[in-house]
Design a protein around this ligand. Structure first.
Ligand SMILES: [Zn+2]
Length: 313
């Protein structure tokens, strides 16, 4: 059973510096693989404070070159590779992150790129089945299908990830591209970039949406709630989780915004919360604790965090 641990649900430059909400991305955990997505500032510390073991990572995905999606990748690679002594794990990122952007800037050093067993270039039009040897020596597979974004970052991508019978969508940072996003995240998929290796299957179990703001503000390249509602009405994932929320949305109340989106879209929607874990099949928040890659905290998985209410219920 897969779950998703949020290491940071904040977005935007003000929040990035002030850290009202974290910027460490999220960790997809299955019994076989631990996949860290978009490890921005604080990812390593947030893993520790959530009780997850950074050395249990098997895969690191950086969807684009912006600092809030990649800054902690190097140190997490050192954790994933056993303090740099084991050549293991998989790093997936766009060409701009690995080889350099138009200015020649690499987001992850050549040294760190050589540490994992594989370093894979990936882009929005790619679809590939990856095989990874996990920390217990077992070969594990997952499929990643890139999704186009409109965002000021060369080669950035969203994705649909299929693993262990679950299907997780991630918009990454993007403006809404109706034709592309409706098709890529729809249920069942209306089209796929590479039909040869894509098979028809059920729709998304969850869509993680980087919903920066509640309404359009004239600033391009990011998703807002109005467009997200349109996407959800069409794509019909089983659940939607808001992340990468900007200061305005954080201050106005993410849970209220999630309730509005759910009411208008008809799709179960929750606001992401730092340090909390979403059960993909259970469709509810559970206590962060023992899971693949987690350290047991000795509490029941569904027991609310001390003094905190379960969210969204
Ligand atoms: Zn970005």
């Amino acid at each position: 059973m897969a779950d998703i641990l949020f290491l940071g649900t904040g977005g935007g430059r003000l929040n990035l510096v002030r850290q009202l909400r974290g910027t460490g991305g999220f960790l997809i955990r299955s019994p076989l693989l631990n996949i860290h997505v978009d490890p921005g500032p604080g990812a390593l510390l947030r893993l520790h404070s959530a009780g997850a073991d950074p050395s249990s990572l098997d895969v690191i995905i950086c969807t684009h070159m912006h600092i809030d999606h990649v800054s902690d990748a190097g140190v997490l690679i050192e954790a994933m590779t056993g303090y740099t002594f084991k050549k293991r794990g998989l790093l997936i990122a766009p060409k701009s992150v690995l080889d350099g952007d138009r200015f020649g800037d690499k987001s992850i050093s050549t040294y760190h790129q050589h540490l994992p067993a594989e370093c894979a270039h990936f882009g929005p039009s790619d679809s590939r089945e990856f095989e990874v040897v996990n920390g217990h020596g077992k070969k594990c597979k997952f499929k990643l299908t890139g999704v186009m974004v409109k965002h000021d970052a060369e080669g950035g991508f969203g994705f649909v990830l299929e693993m262990d019978g679950v299907k997780i969508g991630y918009t990454s940072d993007t403006e809404y591209l109706p034709a592309i996003h409706n098709a890529a995240f729809s249920s069942p998929p209306r089209s796929t970039p590479s039909p040869a290796i894509s098979s028809p299957s059920a729709g998304l179990d969850v869509l993680i949406a980087n919903n920066l703001k509640s309404a359009a503000d004239g600033i391009p390249d990011h998703l807002h709630s109005g467009h997200l509602i349109q996407l959800l009405k069409f794509a019909k994932p089983k659940a939607c989780l808001l992340s990468h929320m900007g200061m305005g949305l954080i201050n106005s109340g993410p849970e209220l915004e999630a309730a509005r989106i759910e009411s208008e879209s008809g799709i179960l929607t929750r606001a992401g919360r730092d340090g909390f874990t979403w059960s993909v099949s259970g469709r509810e928040w559970v206590k962060s604790g023992k899971s693949a890659g987690g350290k047991s905290n000795g509490e029941s998985a569904k027991k609310p965090a001390g003094g905190q209410k379960r969210l969204g219920e």
